[in-house]
Write a protein that binds this ligand. Structure first.
Ligand code: HEC
Length: 381
């Protein structure tokens, strides 16, 4: 029997914690070099979490292997104290070694780079996304294309086509691995350069990564009708009647962003959501923000041009992930507006309940009962 996806996630979380704790100790002992302002990863490989995620059978084998290693160390301890039983204990240890279904160790590790576990100093803010967009247009667009699909004007002359940056690629890598790629470029198996490195500052590279994720989210939404990888609300300073100062400080509440456009009423208040009017100031709404950078960042995340934004309504869950998109002209909410979902199928009871409540209530119930989580390189993020 294979491990369930939840069990694999717990296993990955534990392994990630172990990997991080070991690394922190190395750092405390002075065995890691600082690089780009953060401690570097001193090994050439890291745990291949994405492999374990896709191969639940290997995860189960890994659990067995870890349990066996633990038992063997216990047996070792016993043998040290219980001299006469040593032959017997050696037999048990041999039996364990033979019977354990060992995982393929070689595949459990994958090559990585010294900045692998570097953390971005940006909080996915609207301004970092917009700064990243400018850097992208100046340094990357000629190869990767205006929409990130790899069809820039210079792409055809390259020895290989740039990949699309709008699929799963950005989420399969760790932030620090992408940082390294953008800084140092890439080579093929024969050491031939495939993508040039850059002399951008660290801050510019982190900005670029925020932009790339925002763009990838919007392009995926355009093409598939869903945000396959959860994106947070781009952060900006806001003005609220409850004293909140930024969008991110609203975490813990469900947030509705109403992109105000022409005239007409903004939105009536709803006790289930905290409302932010984006654009024109509106009476009797909890919060208000009029910020050009937020408009640009949201246009990227929604996959439309900034002038097409007014009339959209977005809902973020209590963890700050954007989950729901209402399109202009469509005033009623329906479950189809839930465009960032888990793979969980709603139970029959949930379906029956959904039929008996209004669209927004059905969405809220699913958002609360089916939380999403983001990943980087297979690790829970
Ligand atoms: C001269 C063309 C060119 C330019 C300029 C360029 N790239 Fe690339 N990029 C490529 C090619 C080609 C690949 C695929 C390389 C490979 O797989 O070996 C690539 C791959 C990537 C990848 C995927 C990395 C991975 O882990 O698979 C990312 C992310 C990326 N580029 C980001 C950027 C960013 C950000 C910039 C601007 C700072 C940029 N690129 C500039 C050609 C380019």
């Amino acid at each position: 029997m294979n491990l369930s996806p939840d069990a694999v996630n717990v296993l990955l979380w534990l392994l990630h914690q172990a990997q991080q704790t070991g690394w922190r100790w190395l750092h405390a002992l002075g065995l890691t070099q600082p690089l780009h302002g953060q401690p570097s990863w001193p090994f050439t490989h890291r745990l291949a979490a994405e492999y374990l995620l896709n191969e639940p059978g290997q995860s189960r084998r890994l659990v067995f292997a870890l349990a066996t290693l633990l038992l063997l160390s216990l047996l070792g301890g016993l043998a040290w104290r219980w001299r006469r039983g040593r032959g017997w204990l050696a037999g048990v240890a041999l039996g364990l070694l033979v019977l354990t279904p060992w995982p393929e160790w070689r595949l459990l590790l994958r090559p990585t780079v010294p900045t692998a576990f570097h953390q971005t100093p940006n909080g996915f803010s609207a301004s970092s996304i917009v700064r990243g967009q400018r850097a992208y247009q100046a340094h990357c667009q000629r190869c990767h294309g205006a929409d990130g699909r790899g069809e820039g004007p210079d792409a055809a002359q390259l020895p290989m086509w740039p990949p699309t940056l709008n699929g799963s690629l950005l989420w399969k890598r760790l932030d620090g691995e992408l940082f390294w790629t953008v800084r140092h470029g890439m080579q093929d198996r024969h050491g031939q350069g495939t993508m040039p490195g850059s002399s951008l500052s660290d801050q510019q590279i982190w900005d670029l990564l925020d932009f790339l994720r925002a763009q990838a989210a919007g392009q995926t939404l355009r093409q598939t009708g869903s945000w396959m990888y959860p994106v947070p609300v781009p952060d900006v300073p806001i003005v609220c009647s409850n004293g909140s100062r930024s969008l991110s400080s609203q975490r813990g509440q469900r947030l509705r962003l109403v992109l105000t456009g022409g005239k007409g009423p903004v939105a009536s208040e709803d006790p289930r959501l905290s409302t932010v009017a984006v654009g024109r100031e509106a009476a009797d709404v909890d919060c208000h923000v009029d910020n050009e950078e937020l408009m640009q960042a949201l246009a990227l995340v929604v996959g439309v041009r900034p002038q097409e934004l007014p009339g959209h309504r977005l809902i973020a869950d209590k963890q700050g992930w954007l989950r729901v998109r209402g399109q202009p002209g469509d005033e009623q909410w329906s479950e189809d507006d839930l465009v960032c979902r888990t793979n969980a199928r709603p139970t029959d009871m949930a379906k029956a309940q959904a039929n008996s409540v209004d669209g927004l209530e059905a969405i809220i119930r699913r958002m609360d009962s089916e939380p999403v989580r983001s990943q980087r390189g297979g690790f829970p993020h």
